[in-house]
Design a protein around this ligand. Sequence first.
Ligand SMILES: [Mn+2]
Length: 388
Amino acid sequence: MTDLSAVKRSLASQAIETPSWAYGNSGTRFKVFAQPGVPRSPEEKIADAATVHKYTGVAPTVALHIPWDRVDDYGALTRYAEDLGVRIGAINTNVFQDDDYKLGSVTNPDPGIRRKATDHLLDAIGVMDATGSRDLKLWFSDGINYPGQDDLRERQDRLAAALRETYDRLGDEQRILLEYKLFEPAFYATDIPDWGTSYAHCVELGPKATVCIDTGHHAPGTNIEFIVAFLLRQNRLGAFDFNSRFYADDDLMVGAADPFQLFRIMYEIVRADALDPSYGIAFMLDQCHNIEQKIPAVIRSVMNVQEATAKALLVDRDALATAQRAGDVLEANAVLMDAYNTDVRPLLAEVRADAGLDPDPVGAYRRSGYQRRIEEERAEGAQAGWGA
Ligand SMILES: [Mn+2]
């Protein structure tokens, strides 16, 4: 039997990090549709993130992206966030938007460009020192489009050298989260295409380097929960970038495309007792709300993670273990599916009510008048979320 009060405690203490870029305008290569009320500054992105936390109670940190969220005084920005009831989370680097990076950043054949890219990573650790952030998130667009374009193995050597220099600059409490992506923008070979490549570089670097699983960065049909289980066993799972994919790196709301997959992922987390923030996994969203209203979309995404988590916590692990040991295939599957098929919305409504929150976070946001206020206040000078 599952202990319901323990489930509620776990849900109440869950922490999901939202990304600053989710609040700004975003789009595809074809068009960015501007929305009214989007933030014009890092401070306004943080204010929107604090609003999501206010209505969900489980989104206490916001990830920043440098240079999109560059400010003169990161100490002041940190205090600004704390005054609004949130903290600065992971610092995301950007070595993909400069003309110099056409042939790669840290794997570029030109040592001068590699130096520039690595310096950006080192600068980002300086930002972390000021914000008190634990995590440096590294994603590299590096790769090649044509066979023979560059030397595959030498590019790994260049990558390893840049990662080593960055790792050695980390403080005692700081970590690298090394993300991978199968393809795009490189179409023939990406320098960190999969979790195995990321994992191998992390092992080479040391214990402060861990893998970040972006749920949208896999080939169709990839068993992501297997990757989760494997990395947990190796103590190398540092973070998730949650989102949904139908076709490629679609960055849609987590749980929208495949809520069952999200449940299976969260079950592996629960199975490893790795849900509590003290375990050290950063559960982050990495999404772009191109056509839907942004703040309620982030709230909805947080709720989707909560629902998958609640179902995972409801799995009767004793009954599952018994069925598994007995080799009872159908019963083991049924135990898992019983939990998945439970409607956990009333349970989560109780958890929110217990925390003094409205049981309906999206409804509460819509009734709050916040959207109308930001559309008026930010009528002039809205900035694109994908640029500084
Ligand atoms: Mn990502």
